[in-house]
Design a protein around this ligand. Structure first.
Ligand code: GDP
Ligand code: MN
Length: 393
């Protein structure tokens, strides 16, 4: 779950990280009031669950309360499309009005879970700011990394190495090191999967502040973080993902054309690999779960079919506790509910009641290709006609 910048900054500030003085505004009048209270130049920043706002008109400098009001009016109620949002964009319901900083340097600092390292990695770069993605791609050596041992935590020698690597003035070593130490405490203390500060600003008078903040909380830890859970903003989330969550289905929307209905996270990932290897791309990750019933399968199918990019549905079930005939009944229920939304299906079913499940689908009159294993599934996916999704193209 992602937090808004202003929420992330509240958490950072509580942990002792310096952040610019600021206030959230939900109307242009509130933005003007905030600017007045802050006095002097301010920045008005669209609060959306995506970066790249600077490049998309979502961060504006304002020299007066009137300018802040205008900047807020131009953002509030609009949808912001940034390089990170996709074409639909995300709605702007709030802006953060902050004192403008006199920026001397823009650094980058982040802590993320790195699958290859099997844990958290702290990353810093002197080349912070809006081009960090290009830096990572073209000159990755400009990003300094320190993998963190989860038991030992971020060690003082690592902090020194990171701060040294930033090449900051010796007088700034202490505040920069302190910032890194506190960012790690925020990361580990809130079950985060990402804490990113870009830019980490050094002002012309030598202050070190988190001028931007991104914070993602591990969804699987939210049960023990009620304080963070209540910061959720469903308006910023993909509607299909939000719907899936309300049904208790693990679903991640992707960009491909093959909708995947699978039980088990491991099998779901393998199914995506098979789809990929067949030269197609998965439209989603979906694990319907071992304890699914007919209704839940129908809901899962409904979500897959609501994605206009889906051209084929690949159903891959290894029936254990979940009986294959129940899965088929769920699929048929979804077909009855939305016959016009059905797409051709490639179905591999093995395990408990597989024969019954396959028979139900074979006799349904729906477009079903029954296969026996993953290799056949790949071939069948490859053979599906392209361009048959509801989105058109
Ligand atoms: P993002 O583009 O969504 O990551 O939004 P940021 O919060 O990082 O803002 C984008 C850019 O706006 C930063 O890289 C800065 O260059 C600039 N910016 C943000 N806040 C301030 C500020 O207080 N003063 C100045 N001069 N620039 C700022
Ligand atoms: Mn940023």
């Amino acid at each position: 779950m992602r937090l808004h910048e202003y929420q992330a900054k509240e958490i950072l500030a509580k942990a002792g990280c310096a952040v610019p003085a600021g206030r959230v505004a939900r109307t242009p009048a509130e933005a003007a009031e905030a600017a007045e209270a802050l006095a002097g130049r301010v920045v008005v920043k669209a609060q959306v669950h995506a970066g790249g706002r600077g490049k998309a008109g979502g961060v504006k400098l304002a020299a007066s309360a009137a300018e802040a009001r205008d900047a807020a009016a131009s953002m509030l109620g609009s949808t912001l499309v940034t390089p990170q949002t996709g074409l639909a964009g995300v709605p702007v319901d709030a802006v953060l009005v902050e004192e403008a900083l006199e920026v001397d340097e823009e650094l980058y600092a982040a802590i993320a879970i790195d699958g290859a390292e099997g844990g958290a990695v702290v990353m810093v770069s002197a080349a912070g700011g809006m081009e960090i993605e290009e830096v990572a791609e073209r000159t990755p050596e400009k990003i300094i990394r320190a993998p963190v041992d989860p038991v030992l935590g971020l060690m003082p020698y690592q902090i020194r190495k990171l701060a040294n690597g930033l090449g900051v003035d010796s007088r700034l070593m202490r505040p920069v090191s302190g910032m890194l130490e506190r960012l790690y405490s925020v990361f580990s203390g809130n079950d985060c999967s990402l804490v990113e500060v870009n830019p980490l600003v050094i002002t012309t008078d030598g202050a070190v502040l988190a001028a931007d903040a991104k914070l993602d909380v591990d969804d699987d830890a939210l049960f023990r973080r009620p304080d963070l859970l209540q910061m959720r903003d469903p308006g910023q989330e993909d509607p299909l993902e939000a719907q899936a969550r309300s049904y208790g289905i693990s679903y991640v929307k992707l960009d491909g054309a093959v909708g995947c209905l699978v039980n088990g996270a491991g099998l779901a990932m393998a199914t995506m690999d098979v789809t990929d290897a067949a030269g197609a791309s998965p439209a989603n990750f979906l694990d319907v779960g071992g304890s699914a019933d007919v209704n839940k399968v129908a809901q899962a199918m409904g979500i897959i079919l609501s994605d206009p990019n889906v051209e084929t549905v690949l159903i891959n079930i290894f029936g254990g506790i979940l009986r294959c005939d129940l899965v088929s009944e769920g699929v048929l229920e979804a077909a009855r509910a939305a016959p016009g939304a059905m797409r051709p299906m490639v179905v591999r079913m093995q395990g408990t009641n597989a024969e019954e499940g396959r028979a139900l689908l074979a006799e349904s009159g729906l477009a079903v290709t029954l296969v026996d294993d993953m290799a056949q599934a790949a071939d069948a996916v490859r053979a599906q006609p392209k361009g048959s999704g509801l989105g058109g193209e």
